[in-house]
Design a protein around this ligand. Sequence first.
Ligand code: HEC
Ligand code: HEC
Length: 390
Amino acid sequence: MKKRLHIAATATLFLGVGACGGVSSVFTPIGAETPGLTRAEQELFEEGKTVFATAEDVDEGLGPVFNGRSCGECHSAGGVGGAGEDLLLSRVTRIGAGSGASYSDLVEWGGPVLQRRTIDELEPGHNIPAEVVPAGAEHVSRRITTPLFGAGLMEAISDSTILSNINSGDPDGITGVANYVDDPITGKRHVGRFGWKSQVATLEHFSADAYLNEMGITTLTFPLDLLPQGKALYDVVPEPEDDGEDLQLFAGFMRLLAAPDPAPATLASGRGNQVFTKIRCAACHVPTLQTGSSTVVALANRPVNLYSDLLTHNVGTGDGVVQGAADGDHFRTAPLWGLRLRKFFLHDGRVTTVDTAIRAHGGEAMAAKLRYQELSEADRANLLEFLGTL
Ligand code: HEC
Ligand code: HEC
């Protein structure tokens, strides 16, 4: 549990004015709050942001094994809440074995997520070993940290809006799969949308999951502490280590974090936008979805320019890991907003350019990938310029 900090009520309005083709337009800087929040929401955002970025100590429940001491340690590129800045620090390892009904998360060996740091780095003498990939792991998937800008808008998209993008009779044979999640907090079944396999539907659920799997901190939602490499090694803080207050603050911050506004369009990027639609990248990377109702008025009934259908597809990059309805071959259509703030791409961060990320597509995206490869040099440059404005 976080030590409480005194946080001054700041109600700064982060609005800037940018030139867009000669016409002035208002844009929201990366990492700022969503425009139009109430005073109480602005205060929640500021307090949540501070707690999100504050390192935890052993006496607050950190560990015994962990990957980061704060959420902000991994989510930092472009601002607090961003993607991973440093591949080595922010990329995690997920393990599993088998497939279908016999799939295992290998909890008895320290799965599903490995933790590579231990509390010995803060308090020597516990002699807890850092986790390594166990011999029984058939699937080892590296996962880079996804950005959280606009997460509240993604959460406010209704299930039916996501389901309406499941194609039938698509000319390229594209069919998305929705990943239904039994949410441990609401007790309800929702369509998942967060994480590389759309394995989580709400920000409270993801917060509880990350608090446990990345930081070793238990909550009422996940009250059992991490066992280093599956072995019961004593942890001094009684469970649950967080009473739920931090979860509300993390979720509040992420929910109110503004979407990444694109950079101003150029003539070339405008043409590239048309190419993106023409070669049917947009069949999966749907430019805009609409939110439904929300308790946050600023998030309700708004366009979300995320470039994803939030469904999972087989694009030939499979890692064997099963998460809910997403099997070993399926991944969420990666949202492309905020792409210009990123340094490495695809779920495992295997490539460092957008061009090579596109060329890695296969499976359901094979036809679109081939059309990309057959573009004229000029059209391809325009398309990459367009993606570089997102
Ligand atoms: C060690 C690095 C690390 C730390 C620390 C960390 N995360 Fe993450 N985060 C990740 C990775 C990796 C993913 C992608 C996980 C996946 O889907 O496999 C992720 C994904 C997410 C997502 C999903 C966003 C989306 O659209 O896909 C949310 C929400 C999130 N993290 C919240 C948090 C919160 C809240 C905390 C602190 C309690 C936190 N994270 C701490 C690495 C980290
Ligand atoms: C069949 C659905 C589908 C189509 C069509 C498709 N993509 Fe993707 N795209 C995905 C999925 C799924 C991923 C994530 C794959 C992974 O990480 O293993 C992805 C990832 C990406 C990424 C990397 C994003 C990141 O966060 O790392 C880029 C860039 C991208 N796609 C651009 C394109 C472009 C440009 C086209 C058109 C030529 C295209 N995609 C066509 C489904 C699709």
